[in-house]
Design a binder for this molecule. Structure first.
Ligand SMILES: NC(=O)c1ccc[n+]([C@@H]2O[C@H](COP(=O)([O-])OP(=O)(O)OC[C@H]3O[C@@H](n4cnc5c(N)ncnc54)[C@H](O)[C@@H]3O)[C@@H](O)[C@H]2O)c1
Length: 278
């Protein structure tokens, strides 16, 4: 589980522990200077570990940067040595440095974390997923599925990177699903709309939703958060994304692979066809 210290990653870790999994919990636990809002801390990761243990499951919590394959490999190898096997990968870590003023470095950090980070997690996990098949779940975003998402100048170079990285996730899932199917390793993506985490409640995200204001507050953004949702949902709880992650990790989805699972209260419906040939 990458990005496990807080938000959706913590929620997925707890949910999978409740279903009986031991957890390798990885997080950077440091800030990335090109990303305006603070990331998780050591204390956050320790809290995730405690919560996993409260389900009587084992946890190996490691500070590691998903941009650095060697750090991830060390964490995964140590976890497999301790737990004996690896069945599920959840590539979830992400940053969202949206905004006109974001530095060029935000492009590299976002692609490195959101896309290369997922690639790294999968690459180091695959050698351990040999006999029993397995399930790889990548966190995308509805941003991956929107038209014109990369080219909104108001979102800056960080916003372009966010959308590009999530599109690459969707493509990666599609390609790997085909290649790994003969090994019974399934590869799927979840694409959430707004989720109630620190990423959503951050100044860059508030500016995405209120481009009409220079320094929008949480209240300003909340007033329009539901506008993109036909169901009128402002945001989901992270646990509501975990429901889908738990399903995709389980045998209940054993013949589902290559799925781009929108969890969006209908947000994408006006922007897409029925997904069938005309
Ligand atoms: N919150 C939303 O509205 C939303 C919507 C769609 C998709 N997503 C995606 O969901 C995923 C989880 O985000 P979240 O909403 O829980 O936000 P979050 O900021 O609470 O969690 C992200 C976690 O990733 C960690 N992280 C960041 N860079 C890292 C790195 N280089 N190496 C290791 N860990 C790193 C952070 O420390 C943090 O714990 C992200 O991929 C995000 O793009 C979020």
């Amino acid at each position: 589980m990458t990005g496990a210290a807080r938000g959706q990653g913590r929620s997925h870790a707890i949910r999978l522990a409740a279903e009986g999994a031991d957890i390798i919990a990885v997080d950077l636990c440091e800030d990335i200077p090109s990303n305006e809002y603070p990331l998780a801390t050591d204390a956050d990761l320790a809290e995730t570990a405690k919560l996993v243990e409260s389900y009587d499951r084992r946890v190996l919590a490691r500070k590691a940067d998903v941009r650095e394959r060697t750090q991830l490999r060390e964490a995964v190898d140590a976890g497999v040595a301790e737990f004996g096997r690896l069945d599920v990968v959840v590539a979830n870590a992400g940053i969202a440095p949206f905004g006109k003023g974001t530095p060029l470095q935000a492009y590299f950090d976002t692609m490195g974390t959101n896309y290369i980070g997922a690639l790294n997690a999968i690459e180091v996990a695959l050698p351990h997923m040999t006999e029993n098949g397995g399930s790889i779940i990548c966190t995308g975003s509805t941003a991956a599925l929107m038209t014109h998402g990369t080219s909104n100048p108001a979102n800056g170079i960080g916003g372009a990177a966010y959308t590009t990285s999530k599109r690459h996730i969707a493509r990666l899932v599609h390609e790997l699903a085909g290649h790994l199917a003969p090994r019974r390793i399934r590869v799927n993506a979840v694409h959430p709309y707004n989720v109630d985490t620190d990423m959503l409640h951050s100044p860059p995200m508030y500016r995405v939703f209120r481009p009409d204001l220079e320094n929008p507050t949480r209240e300003d953004a909340e007033a329009v958060f539901a506008a993109g949702s036909p169901m009128g949902i402002k945001w989901m709880d992270a646990s509501e994304v975990s429901d889908s992650v738990a399903f995709l990790a389980s045998d209940e989805s054993k013949y589902i692979t290559g799925l781009q699972l929108k969890i969006d209260s209908g947000q994408m419906l006006p922007m897409s066809s029925a997904g069938i040939a005309d």
